[in-house]
Design a protein around this ligand. Structure first.
Ligand code: CUA
Length: 363
């Protein structure tokens, strides 16, 4: 009996903070201010909606036409009334402007000493670089709690927009220029980052996860992230690539054999190594493999596809692949090639990833 009670007590989890009816949970220092402004404007609207509708209905009844012969005197004016309904809204918009402007300036001006992350949007994923550590992350952003973070953002192709609803921040990401955004997370946890600017077919899949971790663990995590693949043996690379790099490919290349914006990765290595790939130019890969040919080894074709994807476009596709030149280190390219070679061992038929980063099977 006691056991079962303690069991219940220990399994009760703290209530999940799902936010309010209007807003998601608030997890940054600016959230409170944003929510206050939102609540202020909403309550002003509630009040005037009720006041206007009630008086309208009451006037309709009180001043209705009471007999068919009734004639009105025609409209006149009332100075006191008109001044009142001009001055009250004027004061209200002045208050809303002041509160809104204060919040806007706070959101736009990053505090001194921010930790900086460089963000690149590209159809359809996010890359986060940590220049301080030489680490980069794909579709995942790890930041310390309680420290102001500044995102310096640009796009490699079209307009995107970074939006982290729980932090109440959003900013356009523009090709050919930088924009910035800052926030300070107040709670350790996992948050969603979304693209909020329609950017093409897979806009709705352009997500990233924000991991807010304790500040004293942050440096160690970053140092590990920066060098984790450097020390890996070749046999560890497929698990690394599928868990760390595939995020960058997922919106276009499936793992289950279905065609997307690009060809599926399932069976890709079989097709490539046997040369069974036709290009839109009419060439066939098999004629480019072997001694004294363009590629020689099939690995070179994969390498070229990552760095210069427009050189040979697979027949039936539009060639929307961006270049990964400068984004992938040599060992990471090798990791992707190894991932293709061992795809059957690290994913199942339905395209689910079956290994963790350390090579252990997933649940
Ligand atoms: Cu990127 Cu929508």
């Amino acid at each position: 009996m006691i056991d079962s009670i303690t069991n219940i007590l220990t399994t009760v989890t703290p209530p999940v903070d799902n936010g309010t009816f209007w807003l998601p949970r608030a997890a940054s220092t600016v959230a409170e201010e944003v929510d206050f402004t939102f609540a202020l404007i909403t309550w002003i609207c509630y009040f005037f909606f009720a006041a206007i509708v009630i008086s309208m209905v009451w006037f309709c009844i009180k001043y209705r036409r009471k007999s068919p012969t009734m004639v009105c005197e025609g409209p006149t004016h009332n100075t006191a009334l008109e001044v009142t309904w001009t001055v009250i809204p004027l004061l209200l918009v002045a208050v809303i402007f002041t509160v809104g402007m204060k919040g806007y300036l706070n959101l736009r001006e990053a505090p001194e000493g921010c930790y900086e992350v460089q963000v690149t949007g590209q159809k359809w994923s996010w890359t986060f670089s940590h220049p301080e550590f030489g680490a980069s992350q794909v579709a995942e952003l790890t930041v310390p709690v309680g420290k102001p973070i500044r995102l310096l953002m640009t796009s490699n192709d079209v307009l995107h927009s970074v939006w982290i609803p729980d932090f109440r921040v959003k900013m356009d990401v523009v090709p050919g220029r930088y924009t910035s955004l800052w926030f300070e997370a107040t709670k350790v946890g996992v948050y969603q980052l979304k693209c909020s600017e329609y950017c093409g077919k897979d806009h709705s899949k352009m997500f990233a996860t924000v991991h807010v971790i304790p500040a004293d663990e942050f440096d160690a995590v970053m140092i590990k992230l920066a060098s984790e693949y450097e020390d890996m043996s070749v046999s560890q690379l497929p698990a690394y690539a599928i868990n760390r790099l595939y995020n960058r490919c997922v919106s276009c290349h499936s793992l289950d054999g279905t065609s997307g914006t690009g060809p599926s990765f399932r069976g890709l290595w079989d097709r490539v190594s046997s040369g069974q790939v036709g290009f839109s130019s009419g060439e066939i890969l098999s004629s480019l493999l072997g001694d004294a040919t363009l590629y020689g080894e099939p690995e070179n074709y994969v390498r070229e596809s990552l760095l210069f994807p427009q050189k040979h476009i697979v027949k039936g596709y539009l060639g929307s692949m961006p270049s990964f030149q400068g984004q992938l280190k040599e060992k990471q390219i090798l990791a992707i090639i190894e991932m293709f070679k061992h795809l059957d061992e690290i994913t199942d038929e339905e395209g689910n990833i079956t290994v963790n980063l350390d090579g252990t099977p997933t649940e």
